[in-house]
Write a protein that binds this ligand. Structure first.
Ligand SMILES: [Fe+2]
Length: 435
């Protein structure tokens, strides 16, 4: 790969980046090796986090059998909910404190993995749920030290939570989505068995698959790490550093794989190859954005899911009404990339090309538009909503959504350009109707 001019540090700019990655095991049947890996991490008394739906599936039986075969003492916590809250985290923490576990295993989507991370943190270092949340919402306390070893086993090809040190949860009373991030929260191992995705409905594959794509495109178009001031001490270097030459590798590969397989994995539920490839893309994107960070589409996604409790997406008929995370992100993405393109037009053009767009003869200045229209076409073909209007939002909602998105300083800090509340409002307007 030629040296990119994207990473040219100014006099005060940082010229060093860090890569922290969880150990990863990938492949069909990997889950059957779960017990051996738990033992190798020193686990004896294990809590298996899952939810009521997954607990009844084949992967849960395989995981349980694998743990028991190695002689581990296993307790199951299956009360994880879609979208964890401070209250569900408290409940899980109490379970873990009483159980005195020395190892954590999570089997599920991002919500299950995040609940396990949070219970592990608060059972190890008891504190108020807001203590470790970024200021001004929380106390901004650093995670005090290592938590118990955690093996994260994703069952959807989306969040990448198995490789990141991030917990996203809702504060029930304040009705706001927030997060805790620390490298100390990264699972010790990501156990990625793509056979866990075989029974996912098409709508879930579409939503989680677009989450993968946006992770990858946002990491690739994030501000370069060199634009951040060099810290006085290495401990001050943030976990999200912006795009780096390392994160670029995973981001671009994940965009290519997602572009090639997302439609296939969604439109043909028997296309096993496509589902396995999408799972690999999710893992690559997780390794990339876990170091680089995401930006505007994710910052804008939180109000979209926060203010709408009526929507029922395809594939989520059994869950309470809500906007699934992947939809809440991708619905903003085309409008957001039209806005960010001016900061890094070539990167937007490269992302469009990796997605499969024909870029011959296209001026880089039109890269953002091409990326937006390519994504919109994929959303249309896979049955994703045509815009915010279709999921129930109107122009009258835009001001409060823009204000709430503007408060998401953590992801907005990775955007490739400065953004105002008015800019966010204009992007929401642009995301109302794509077709
Ligand atoms: Fe996401």
């Amino acid at each position: 790969m030629p040296k990119s001019t994207y990473f040219t540090a100014g006099p005060d700019g940082d010229n060093i980046y860090t890569v922290t990655a969880a150990a990863m095991k990938f492949g069909a049947g990997a889950l059957a090796e779960l017990g051996a890996d738990a033992v190798s991490l020193g686990m004896k008394r294990v809590v298996l986090f899952t939810d009521a739906n997954i607990a009844a599936t084949e992967p849960a039986a395989v995981a349980m059998e694998a743990l028991k075969r190695e002689g581990l003492d296993v307790a199951v916590f299956d009360a994880c909910h879609a979208e964890p809250t401070d209250l569900t985290i408290k409940e899980a923490t109490a379970f873990c404190r009483d159980g005195n576990f020395d190892g954590y295993v999570s089997l599920g989507g991002g919500s299950v993995m995040d609940t396990a991370k949070a219970a592990n943190l608060f059972a190890t270092y008891p504190d108020d749920p807001l203590a470790y949340v970024n200021a001004p919402i929380g106390g901004a306390k650093p995670v005090p030290g290592p938590i118990k070893p955690h093996i994260a086993c994703p069952t959807t090809c989306g969040t990448g939570s198995e490789t990141t040190g991030i917990i996203i949860f809702d504060l029930t009373e304040a009705k706001v989505k927030t997060g805790i991030s620390s490298n100390l929260l990264k699972p010790r191992m990501a156990m990625v068995d793509p056979t866990t995705t075989h029974s996912l409905p098409a709508g879930v594959v579409a939503s989680t698959g677009f989450d993968v794509l946006t992770h990858a495109i946002e990491s690739y178009t994030a501000r370069p790490f060199t634009t951040r001031k060099r810290p006085d001490h290495p401990s001050q270097r943030p976990p999200y550093q912006g795009a780096t030459p390392y994160s670029d590798i995973g981001s671009l590969a994940a965009i290519r794989i997602g572009g090639a397989y997302l439609e296939r994995a969604t439109l043909d539920t028997d296309d096993i190859e496509a589902r396995h490839q999408l799972m690999f893309a999710a893992t690559l994107a997780g390794l990339a954005f876990g170091n680089a960070g995401v930006h505007i589409p994710h910052a804008m996604s939180y109000p979209v899911s926060q203010f709408n409790h009526e929507y029922r997406a395809l594939g989520y008929e059994k869950a309470d009404p809500m906007v699934p995370h992947g939809i809440s992100v991708v619905i903003n993405a085309p409008a957001a990339f039209r806005f960010t393109a001016k900061a890094a037009p070539e990167r937007h053009l490269e992302a469009a090309s990796a997605l499969g767009a024909n870029v011959s003869g296209i001026d880089p200045a039109d890269g953002g538009e091409l990326l937006a229209t390519t994504l919109i076409e994929m959303m249309r073909k896979t049955g994703i909503s045509s815009g915010l209007a279709e999921i129930g939002y109107t122009d009258a909602d835009v001001p409060r959504m823009a204000a709430a998105a503007f408060a998401q300083k953590r992801p907005l800090a990775q955007a490739p350009l400065e953004i105002t509340e008015d800019d966010l409002a204009a992007i929401y307007q642009g995301a109302m109707r794509y077709w």
